[in-house]
Design a protein around this ligand. Structure first.
Ligand SMILES: C[S@@+](CC[C@H](N)C(=O)[O-])C[C@H]1O[C@@H](n2cnc3c(N)ncnc32)[C@H](O)[C@@H]1O
Length: 465
């Protein structure tokens, strides 16, 4: 009988991992979530109708965890110990404790989870915490993949480069032999070198179990422009305009100015929307749309552009959270065109390749992300800035972690699904606003250099893309 996936969600926040789990199509459910932030937990309760356990994760015992009989751990621990620009205290930072504590519990468990998924910031890959984690996973017989990927790698116009670890117990592979850069435990325990592990930087990653009949091909796709992610009503956005005064006070201040026709946006941090105007995310130009060159020395001219923050709802869309959209047929997100040139992807490939399409992310019948009405915009930005991209999680779960879990939808990126006409169409639509992003060929012929990096502490070698 098929064993369902029974997941625990640690550091659940507003439930990005839970939404990602749902969007992955995994057969199973998230049994319990754990977080201590009251506002995040209120949001989680409203969205999922379930209350997260608000006890400190660093106080959970093996018994507390084992009672769920879970076979999957989803984790997105605090990133401050590893954030560039922070103090970089790594495992000496108190905020690293709950993760390290979980690793200690993992080692003691009679039946450790089959599946482990972890998200963190770029830079985690060079940390002592990561080294401790992969050494333990290797010792315990897990096979794992590590990568540094951003939503734009998956077709979402947002930059949020993150580290992901996807681990699966070696014993769970029945007849098939997992392909791993990690050698078998018994023969090479002493020779395992965390610094030699590959950190992939292109998508898709090589599957754990490779089918010799399937080769992953380069697949070109267009990234939808921001227009599809924007609120439609002026009254939804008017409160987010930057005051003229604020711009005039900042001559020579460089804002990242984005237009509805842009197919990129910068990472929205938890400081977005605050008085640190230019930190953590771009601003949207709403006036003088034929102006595409900006003279930052002339703040008068910048003040004419009608610059505004993206609203929390727009940020949530860019993070691919399912929302209860009530805008009817006028809603731009109802289109399945993924760019302004119209649909250029064979519809059959959407279920197999699953290049991001706003429609795919919005088709869910719930749960949806819902903030309690009492939460102000700044509080929402903060929660969203702490969160993650749901679509990236969904695809990493679907395409890698649960790839051959019985009963799950096929995650394979099949060459035969990429019809010649789809490829021809896709490759004939490049324009200024819709830059194509190819998926690199991986596997045996994985290119060196850009496709992967090593988790060395020598930062010069950490060129992800
Ligand atoms: C990077 S955020 C994860 C956000 C989450 N993935 C989401 O989608 O919103 C880290 C979370 O860990 C929580 N946290 C930090 N230390 C904790 C602890 N000791 N016990 C429980 N939760 C903790 C924080 O409240 C925060 O929500």
């Amino acid at each position: 009988m098929t064993k369902d996936i029974r997941a625990l969600e640690f550091f659940s926040g507003i439930g990005g991992l839970h939404f990602g789990f749902n969007a992955s199509g995994a057969k199973g459910k998230v049994l319990e979530s754990f977080d201590m932030n009251q506002q995040a937990n209120d949001t989680y309760r409203l969205s999922f109708g379930k209350t997260a356990v608000s006890r400190g994760i660093d106080r959970l015992t093996v018994k507390d965890i084992e009672k769920y009989n879970a076979n999957c751990w989803l984790m997105s621990p605090p990133c401050q110990p590893y954030t560039r620009g922070g103090k970089l205290l790594d495992d000496q930072d108190n905020r690293a404790k709950p993760l390290l504590h979980l690793l200690d519990q993992l080692e003691k468990m009679a039946t450790p989870p089959t599946y482990i998924f972890l998200e963190n910031v770029k830079n985690f890959e060079t940390s002592r915490s990561r080294e401790r984690m992969v050494r333990l996973l290797h010792k315990m017989g897990y096979v794992f993949r590590e990568c540094l990927l951003a939503p734009h790698n998956f077709g979402v116009p947002n930059d949020r480069l993150r580290y992901f670890l996807i681990a699966r117990s070696r014993s769970s592979f029945k007849e098939a032999t997992p392909r791993s850069s990690t050698p078998a435990v018994d023969s090479a325990a002493q020779t395992f070198d965390p610094e030699k592990e590959i950190i992939y930087t292109t998508w898709p990653l090589p599957a754990f179990v490779e089918d010799p009949n399937i080769s992953i091909r380069q697949y070109p796709f267009n990234i939808p422009v921001l227009r599809y992610f924007l609120d439609q009503e002026e009254n939804e956005t008017k409160d987010y305009l930057l005051s003229r005064q604020l711009i005039l006070e900042r001559p020579n201040f460089r804002f990242d100015i984005l237009r509805p026709s842009s197919n990129r946006s910068s990472c929205f941090t938890k400081a977005y929307g605050s008085h640190h105007v230019a930190s953590g995310g771009g601003l949207l130009q709403t006036l003088k749309m034929d102006q595409t060159e900006y003279d930052f020395g002339n703040s008068e001219s910048i003040a004419e552009l009608g610059l505004r923050f993206f609203t929390p709802t727009e940020v949530a869309r860019l993070h691919a959270f399912p929302l209860k959209e009530e805008r009817g047929s006028e809603c731009a997100l109802e289109t399945d065109d993924t760019n302004e040139q119209g649909s250029n992807v064979d519809p059959r490939t959407l279920t197999t390749i699953r290049v991001y399409s706003p429609k795919l992310a919005q088709e869910s019948n719930g749960p949806y992300l819902q903030f309690p009405a009492k939460l102000k915009a700044l509080q929402r930005y903060k929660l969203l800035g702490n969160s993650l991209n749901v679509w990236v999680v969904a695809e990493l779960l679907r395409g890698v972690l649960f790839a051959d879990h019985p009963g799950n939808p096929l995650p394979i990126y099949r060459a035969e699904d990429m019809t010649a006409s789809a490829l021809e169409q896709a490759s004939s639509t490049e324009s200024i606003d819709t830059v194509k992003h190819g998926i690199e060929e991986q596997g045996e012929s994985a290119p060196d250099g850009d496709a992967e990096v090593r988790p060395t502490r020598d930062k010069k070698r950490l060129k992800a893309e």
